[in-house]
Design a protein around this ligand. Structure first.
Ligand code: AMP
Length: 401
C-alpha cells in the first residue's frame, strides 16, 4: 500500500468507494453536499493522472431493491458541476451488462457513477459473488468512504481481496482520517489529553477504557459527569445520570488511579431549574446541586482547570461537548474547550476532534480550521477510538493478496 499521492493512475480504471450518502429533499435536491465535496480532490487527482473513474456508493437505506427515492441518478448533475463540468455517465445498475460495458468503454479522464449499491442486499452481507462482479469493473480499488469503514460490506472491505496490495489504496479523505486517528491512538506524544463529554457514560465507556491505556489525562465533562458524582455520593439534583452505570464509573476512577492516568471531572457546574435556555441558572460546586436543579454546563473554575491541562498537552483528542451547547446559555464550557484546544494547537500540539457533537460544536463556533484535524467519520471514528479494528482500514492495509 502506498500513499495516495504517490500512486500513478495513468491508464488505470480506478474503482472508488465514495460516500455520496447525501440528504435529498422531496424534489430530489441535495440539501448538504459536504460529503461529495470532500472526495472531489481524490477524483480530480486520478483524472489528472490520466486515469478514469468508476464511482460506487450507497444512498440511504433502501429496503426493497431499486427505489426512485434512493437512486443516485439524482446527484449526477451536481457531481458534474463539482467536477468543473466533467461529463458524468451513469449506470442504472451497479453490476450487470450496462455497468460492465460502460466501465470497459471508459477512456482516460472519464467518469462513471454506478447506481446505489444497497439496491442489492448482497452489498451489506458482503456476498462474495456480488463483490467479485463489482471488482471486475476496475483495475485499482480506492476506498475514500471513511464513514462506512466500520462496516464489512462488499464495497467497503470485502472487495479489497480481489486487488493486489499494489492495486489498492485509500483516497485522500480516508487517508486523512486514518493518519490522524493513528497518530493520536498509536503514536501520541505525551502529555496526551483526551476530552470526553456528551450525554451518557454508557455511550463512551469503551472509549474511556481504551484511553486509560493511552492517555496521560482524561477530562470528563457533559452529562456523563453526573453519574460519576452520584456514584461518589454527591448530590446531583435532577441532572442526567445512569444509576446502572455507577459501579462502572467507580471502576473507571479506580483503574485510572492504578494506571496513573489523571481524571479531571468538573469542580463546578452551571445548573438550571429547567432544561431550557430561559431557565433560571446558578453555579454550584460538584456534588452539591440542590433538588430541582440540573447541571447543564461546566462552571468557570472547571473551564480554567481544563484549559490549563489542555495547554500543557502535546496531543489532544476531543469527543463530546461539555454541556448542552445547543442552548446559548450552556455553551460556555464547550466554547472554552474549543478556545483552549485551538491555543494548544497553535503552540504545536496535535489535536483531533472526532465523533459526533464536538464536531458540530467546533464547526458552529468557527474553530474547525484552528485544530489539527476535524473528523467527519462519526460512528467509524468512535469505533476506532474504542480500539476496534475497522474492516475498511484492515482491508487496504492488510497482508491479503
Ligand atoms: P454525544 O452525542 O454523546 O456526544 O452527546 C451530545 C449531547 O449531550 C448533546 O446533545 C448535549 O446537549 C448533551 N449533553 C451534554 N451535556 C449535557 C448535560 N449536562 N445534560 C444533558 N445533556 C447534555
Amino acid at each position: 500500500m502506498s500513499l495516495f499521492n504517490n500512486f500513478s493512475f495513468a491508464g488505470k480504471k480506478a474503482l472508488i468507494r465514495v460516500d455520496f450518502n447525501v440528504p435529498l429533499n422531496d424534489a430530489f435536491e441535495i440539501t448538504d453536499d459536504n460529503r461529495m465535496r470532500a472526495t472531489i480532490p481524490t477524483i480530480t487527482k486520478i483524472l489528472k493522472d490520466g486515469g478514469s473513474v468508476i464511482l460506487m456508493s450507497h444512498l440511504g437505506r433502501p429496503k426493497e431493491g431499486p427505489t426512485e427515492k434512493y437512486s443516485l441518478k439524482h446527484i449526477v448533475k451536481h457531481l458534474s458541476e463539482l467536477l468543473g463540468g466533467v461529463n458524468v455517465q451513469f449506470a442504472n445498475d451497479c453490476i450487470g451488462a450496462e455497468a460492465t460495458n460502460k466501465a470497459a468503454a471508459l477512456k482516460a479522464g472519464e467518469v462513471l457513477l454506478l447506481e446505489n449499491l444497497r439496491f442489492y442486499k448482497e452489498e451489506e452481507k458482503g456476498d462474495i459473488a456480488f463483490t467479485e462482479k463489482l471488482s471486475k469493473l476496475g483495475d485499482v480499488y480506492v476506498n475514500d468512504a471513511f464513514g462506512t469503514a466500520h462496516r464489512a460490506h462488499a464495497s467497503t472491505a470485502i472487495i479489497a481481496q480481489f486487488f493486489s496490495k499494489e492495486n489498492r489504496t485509500f483516497g485522500l479523505v480516508m487517508e486523512g482520517e486514518v493518519m490522524s486517528a493513528e497518530k493520536v491512538m498509536h503514536a501520541a506524544q505525551k502529555p496526551f489529553t483526551a476530552i470526553i463529554g456528551g450525554a451518557k457514560v454508557s455511550d463512551k465507556i469503551l472509549i474511556i477504557e481504551n484511553l486509560l491505556e493511552r492517555a496521560t489525562d482524561i477530562i470528563i465533562g457533559g452529562g456523563m459527569a453526573y453519574t460519576f458524582f452520584k456514584a461518589q455520593g454527591g448530590k446531583i439534583g435532577k441532572s442526567i445520570h445512569e444509576d446502572d452505570r455507577m459501579p462502572l464509573a467507580l471502576e473507571i476512577l479506580a483503574k485510572a488511579k492504578a494506571k496513573d492516568v489523571n481524571i479531571h471531572l468538573p469542580v463546578d457546574n452551571v445548573v438550571a431549574d429547567d432544561f431550557s435556555n430561559t431557565a433560571n441558572t446558578q453555579t454550584c460546586a460538584s456534588g452539591e446541586i440542590p433538588d430541582g436543579w440540573e447541571g447543564l454546563d461546566v462552571g468557570e473554575k472547571s473551564r480554567a482547570i481544563f484549559a490549563k491541562v489542555i495547554l500543557a498537552s502535546k496531543t489532544i483528542l476531543w469527543n463530546g461537548p461539555m454541556g448542552v451547547f445547543e442552548m446559548e446559555n450552556f455553551q460556555a464550557g464547550t466554547k472554552a474547550i474549543a478556545v483552549a484546544v485551538a491555543e494548544a494547537t497553535q503552540k504545536g500540539a496535535y489535536s483531533l476532534v472526532g465523533g459526533g457533537d464536538s464536531v458540530s460544536a467546533v464547526n458552529q463556533f468557527g474553530f474547525n480550521d484552528k485544530v489539527s484535524y476535524v473528523s467527519t467519520g462519526g460512528g467509524a471514528m468512535l469505533e476506532y477510538f474504542e480500539g476496534k479494528t475497522l474492516p475498511g482500514i484492515a482491508a487496504i492495509q492488510g497482508e491479503g493478496k
